[in-house]
Design a protein around this ligand. Sequence first.
Ligand SMILES: Cc1ncc(COP(=O)(O)O)c(C=O)c1O
Length: 371
Amino acid sequence: MKLQNKDHFHGSDLEKIEEVYGIRKEDIISFSDNVNPLGISRHLRESLSAHLDAITSYPDREYKELRKTIAGYIGSRMECIAVGNGSTELISLAVRVLQPKRALLPEPTYSEYEREITLAGGELVRCELRKERGFRPDIDELEEKLTEDFDLLILCNPNNPTSQAILPDQMRRLLEICRKKNVFVMVDETYVEFVPSKGLRPGDGVTSVPLTEEFENLLILRGTSKFFSAPGLRLGYAVTGNADLLAKLGKLQNPWTISSLAEMAGRLMFRDGEYIRRTREAISRERKRVCGILGSWDSVEFFEPAANFVLVHILKEGVTAGSLFDHCIRQGLMIRDCSTFAFLDETWFRFCFRTQEEDDRLLAALEEVLN
Ligand SMILES: Cc1ncc(COP(=O)(O)O)c(C=O)c1O
């Protein structure tokens, strides 16, 4: 079956693929959902299953132990942390608390921000991240734009789908500009732990967590879906030095939105140093290896990725992201056609790094069309 124009598949759309292509979802390898291919650790599996009885009690309404564990993991204080049902719940709550009238969004980026702003009745203004700048934001341009009575700036760092990161110096400049102009800054760090760094903690060198001590106009969002391979767990967290904002988030949030099991899983996974190290090593290795191979093809171009996925530009005449998707999915390999992202077209696709064997299968399938 040929792809219909209206059919666009997101990372979590396995059921839709099953329906359209007749491929069982169990037989699909998703290079589209950006989830850590290692799965959960044995330690987590065994500990969680030994404590299934946790569901017979309500979790601590304030999630103190979990927040303390997260604080240790990211190098912050538990008073600065809120937990939520995935970062998705926290994006939604934050937008409802902040009630932005006018939000500025550098795009292409993750689509959920736009949905939330629009649902909350705010106006969303797009600002193009240009290929000529390697998809990195132009701070001077943002500064100029921000004079037009904006009250919220949303940044995804590293950004989905471009896999480019804003470094702390630039982030500090942006935060200073925004503080002066009374603009709140929401930074989604869902992918930050995948960024290569020599720092003590995953994400060091890119994360804005230390800046929450200095800037009250900053809220950081993080999750466990991607790095900890647990999108079904629905556990995310927010970090801010703004006590007033945290209190408002807490008031709006329903009680117990994180289950006892997710609470327990969180307390285990953030302390699982061995798993964290293995993940970072495995992704770094594949990022380097796969990009080395892609870099030798004349049919594509890309910018060095910071996260666990890469955005690729097709240079070969007559090949589109749609046709590549179609070719790969028939082999059970699912990539992300990026033509639905703002400022991208049918010449862009994205895929995440998985195991060596799986990545080799994808590269071989891509080569059949591209080389
Ligand atoms: C940038 C970004 N933020 C947030 C999410 C959703 O995360 P969660 O599962 O924690 O709600 C995604 C999922 O694709 C994402 O790409």
